[in-house]
Design a protein around this ligand. Structure first.
Ligand code: ACO
Length: 425
């Protein structure tokens, strides 16, 4: 970490030197902690778009270059050549596993797939009609009571046990949440199948086509982490209070659910269904551009990626493969999505604002082809992202600089006033 003399110059000409934290890749950060005591003012940064909330060694995103690195390895390279178990180890431990490490980690995860009966009881007790994201959150909330040996943020063994337990169990929870939506009992996991194949097996009760398993595995890899996004920042801020990790992840799960974040994959399919045919695309693009209409092209735009989302490029390729292999008759939506992408990308509104398809634009079409209903798209994202959430939670709890997350505000409410009892107002 080197520091040099960046300065903040106040209106009256006084300058305040700001220490610069040097990044290994990407933008450096200026330390603004001394600013409020000297200037009497906070930094104002809605959506934290200009704020580095922590240091991290896990994932690097370069939005201009379309680069996504997990522990220094390109995520698209890992998506093509690695698998979810290996990427999980990498994200948690910082290095690729040896052959023996990978084997024993995969075996350990397979051995931990069964959820405690209390967790399955919690899923059964969730009201019929609950969205599976609600069910998954409820299941995570039950876990600290049944896995107390995984709850102490300050104990390295607890942190390791928690990470492995939650990565193994979250797929079982997602599958049971799905079975609940169709009024069917959970299917017990199988140890002999890979992570993604077992997840599909627990949902549908039959061994999946290897192309389907491979496609899901790739999606899980591509969703595994994305630095300080909304849900990961939520996990960090909830976890910063010292709460147990299952509850911190439950908070992250809720943040992921929203349509501006992980819920976009479900919204994309709803939008494509609503558009219905090529001749209607123009009308929807016009609505997306109309400042008086709240409609947005779902699966388009990203806070960080401004040229392309590297995950979207791979996912578009998998779409081709899966639709061809599984011959599900879902090609209509894919064709419509390609046409919508082409029309939007040639429109100056989207070009000027640098809005491109994001990770969610094509993932829903793949999930559809695998037989998943739209309500299960975000839960699949949550299964993949669980690894990232766990890695960030662990990293935060070994960071000597980490403090409870407690932002300030720019207060615009009433000044102090006297209370009058109701009869005197
Ligand atoms: N359709 C139409 N216009 C859009 C879209 C869109 N999808 N996204 C952004 N814009 C416009 C905005 O209206 C704004 O226009 P203006 O400058 O004329 O006011 C401009 O582009 C900048 O948009 P912001 O909302 O300021 O961008 P921000 O970084 O805050 O939001 C977000 C990013 C939330 C992803 C946004 O692009 C969006 O809502 N996209 C659709 C939802 C979606 O796909 N979310 C998934 C994101 S990926 C993920 O979380 C996994």
């Amino acid at each position: 970490m080197t520091k040099s003399g960046d300065k903040l110059v106040s209106r009256d000409g006084h300058s305040l030197p700001l220490a610069r934290r040097k990044a290994v890749l990407g933008a450096d950060a200026l330390e603004i902690t001394p600013v409020p005591p000297v200037t009497g003012a906070y930094s104002y940064d809605p959506g934290y778009a200009s704020t580095a909330s922590c240091t991290s060694r896990i994932t690097f995103v370069d939005g201009e270059g379309g680069v996504l690195l997990y522990r220094g390895y390109a995520a698209d390279d890992l998506a093509r050549h690695s698998n979810f178990a290996e990427v999980s180890w990498l994200l948690l431990n910082g290095e690729l596993p040896s052959h023996t490490e990978l084997q024993s980690f995969s075996e350990e995860l397979a051995g931990l797939r069964h959820c405690a009966p209390e967790v399955l009881d919690t899923i059964a007790a969730v009201p019929a009609g609950a969205h599976p994201m609600s069910t998954m959150t409820a299941a995570l909330s039950a876990m600290p009571a049944v896995y107390p040996e995984c709850t102490d943020p300050d104990d390295a063994d607890h942190r390791r046990r928690f990470s492995h337990r939650v990565i193994a169990n979250i797929a079982t929870v997602a599958a049971a949440a799905y079975r609940k939506t169709i009024g069917k009992p959970a299917i017990a996991p199988r140890k002999d199948l890979g992570y993604a194949a077992n997840l599909l097996y627990m949902m549908f009760g039959e061994e999946p086509n290897p192309v389907a398993s491979r496609a899901l595995d790739t999606l899980l890899v591509l969703h595994a982490d994305h630095e300080q996004n909304c849900s990961t920042s939520t996990v960090r801020i909830a976890g910063s209070s010292g709460v147990n990790p299952f509850s911190a992840l439950a908070a992250g799960c809720i943040a992921l659910w929203g349509p501006a974040h992980g819920g976009a994959n479900e919204a994309v399919i709803q939008m494509l269904e609503e558009i219905g045919a090529t001749e209607n695309i123009g009308e929807y693009v016009a609505r997306a551009k109309d400042p008086g209409d709240s409609f947005r092209l779902m699966g388009f735009g990203h806070r960080v990626y401004k040229n392309f989302d590297p995950r979207a490029t791979i996912i578009c390729g998998i779409c081709h493969e899966v639709l061809q292999e599984l011959k599900t008759g879902r090609g209509r939506l894919f064709t419509l999505a390609r046409q919508l992408e082409e029309i939007a990308l040639s429109d100056s509104y989207f070009k000027d604002r640098r809005l491109y398809p994001n990770v969610d634009f094509y993932s829903g079409i793949i999930y559809r082809a695998l037989g998943l209903p739209a309500t299960m798209f975000t839960p699949m994202f949550a299964v993949g992202r669980t690894v990232g959430w766990a890695a960030h939670w662990c990293e935060m709890h070994t960071d000597p600089e980490a403090r409870i997350g407690r932002p300030r505000q720019l207060y615009l409410g009433p000044t102090a006033r006297s209370y009058l009892p109701v009869g005197e107002r």
